[in-house]
Ligand binder design. Structure first.
Ligand SMILES: [Zn+2]
Length: 82
C-alpha cells in the first residue's frame, strides 16, 4: 500500500478563459479540423484538434491540448525533407 498521492489536484491545463475575438467567456469544446498557419506562410489543415468554440462569435481557439497537437504537427512538418 502506498499513499503518495497528495490530495491537492491542481487544474492542469491553462486554457483560455476569454474569447480573443469578442472577450466572451462561454465556450463549447469540440474536436475539429483547424487551419494552422505555418511560419512559411502556408496554411495546413490539421484534423482532430481540440478547440473551444466561442458561443457568441464562433471563434475557434485551440485548447492547451490542441496547441500541443499543433506544435507536434509543426515539428513533424518541419522535419519533412523538401
Ligand atoms: Zn467570441
Amino acid at each position: 500500500m502506498k499513499r503518495s498521492s497528495k490530495g491537492s489536484k491542481r487544474k492542469p491545463l491553462p486554457e483560455e478563459v476569454q474569447c480573443p475575438a469578442c472577450g466572451g467567456c462561454s465556450f463549447k469544446h469540440k474536436t475539429t479540423v483547424f487551419p494552422f498557419p505555418l511560419p512559411t506562410g502556408k496554411v495546413i489543415d490539421v484534423a482532430g484538434v481540440h478547440v473551444q468554440e466561442c458561443l457568441d462569435c464562433h471563434e475557434l481557439t485551440p485548447t492547451y491540448e490542441g496547441r500541443m497537437k499543433l506544435a507536434r504537427c509543426l515539428e513533424t512538418f518541419l522535419s519533412l525533407p523538401g
